[in-house]
Write a protein that binds this ligand. Sequence first.
Ligand code: NAD
Length: 444
Amino acid sequence: MKIVNPSNNQVIKEIQEDSKDTIHQKYNKASDAQKDWQHSKLEDRLKIIAQFSALLEKECESLAKDLSDEVGKPLQEARNEVNGARGRIQFFIENAKKWLSPSLQNTAGNTAEELSFDPLGVIANISAWNYPFLVGVNVFVPALIAGNAVLYKPSEFATMTGLNIGRLLKEAGLPSGLFQVVVGDYHAGERLLELPLDGYFFTGSYKTGKYIAERVASKLVPVGLELGGKDPLYVTEDVQDLKQVAGAVAEGCFYNNGQSCCAVERVYIHEKVYDQFVPLFIEEVKSFTTGAITRSAHLDFLQKQVDDAVKKGAKLELGGRKGNADGSFFESTVLTNVNHEMLVMKEETFGPVIGLMKVKSDQEAIKLMNDCEYGLTASVYSKDIERAKKIISQVNSGTSYINCCDRVSPYLPWSGRNKSGLGSTLSYLGILAFARPRGWHIRS
Ligand code: NAD
């Protein structure tokens, strides 16, 4: 498998993909290792995970370099990602004991009723490339802490990072065999679906997530899906500092080139501030340096969305074309005069293209925000928090932002609705997702 740097289209290295046989061998090793791991002390597991975090810190620079080379994100954003992953690991370390320890639920009568948790067993973590450290850590860290073995399939666009993670977990003291990196594209993913695994945890597109859920349904094992989004944001007319808001919204749209599941993908602006907002927003976007688009095949997809919008009457305010031919680039693109007949307002863009749309009222904004098949995040900017809450509580999304956007906290569940997914990662729900409850009735 060739690893290509999307910012210059150069081959970085070639890596051997896993075959059906090697994936089976990895499964057998993981299954054997899990038998002891599930009986190990939680404190001992947490020590290994803390050591893994320390190694991420120690090797941050080289990890960030590999990540930047293979997905094309700027080095500083890659460093931020490694450090962000450490913050999430810290949350799991501090909270796992509280949620996974056995607890007495009822003592009335002569039967003690207790709740404890068993691991699921051997799980698959099929992952995406846009934030491979962050979305990986959301799954494999709580899964290992809860006593599972993990077959981790990084995206084919983030293989070096996947192998780095496997190496560092081993160096941190994880028992041999427990965490297996499965190298390859969808063929390797398919092999995982054929194995008798005890859970499937997927981060990626709706199309693949739905396919995986259908393929493994008859196994009756837990399936977690963290899928795409078409996240809306509404700017009301009462915001105080429109320039500051325009800057924050632009960053929410264009951070990582819009290649974030929770990137702002649609902006609705109250008509009373629309004419002031648009030039402030465009000025901000012009100040950004455009990074590479990780999958070169996506360039044509972005072009199609822009062309479709322009054909249907959108005004191209900025960008609109592929960039530098030596690499995989697309200009930061701003469209106005957009409507919901256009693909750019309905279909996940996952790139540096945004539509700005004027609305007359909160009711119209709510209606448009809900006119979408996804339900990951939604934002409202307003100085009136009660008004913002009232608006956003009518929008169907797993995460609500007021006067902020495009952020993730390990303390809160990360959970999509509709085509954005199933289940939750992060928070205590994202710890318990990797365990099975056991109810005890003890009469002495
Ligand atoms: P993708 O669906 O193309 O691939 C994801 C993973 O699935 C990869 O590892 C891929 O090799 C594997 N895969 C593909 N086909 C498969 C098959 N038939 N069987 C088994 N495995 C298969 O997604 P992507 O391009 O890597 O990621 C982009 C998408 O991920 C976007 O839609 C984005 O919004 C979403 N995403 C969501 C979250 C979230 O937390 N909700 C986070 C990051 C990315």
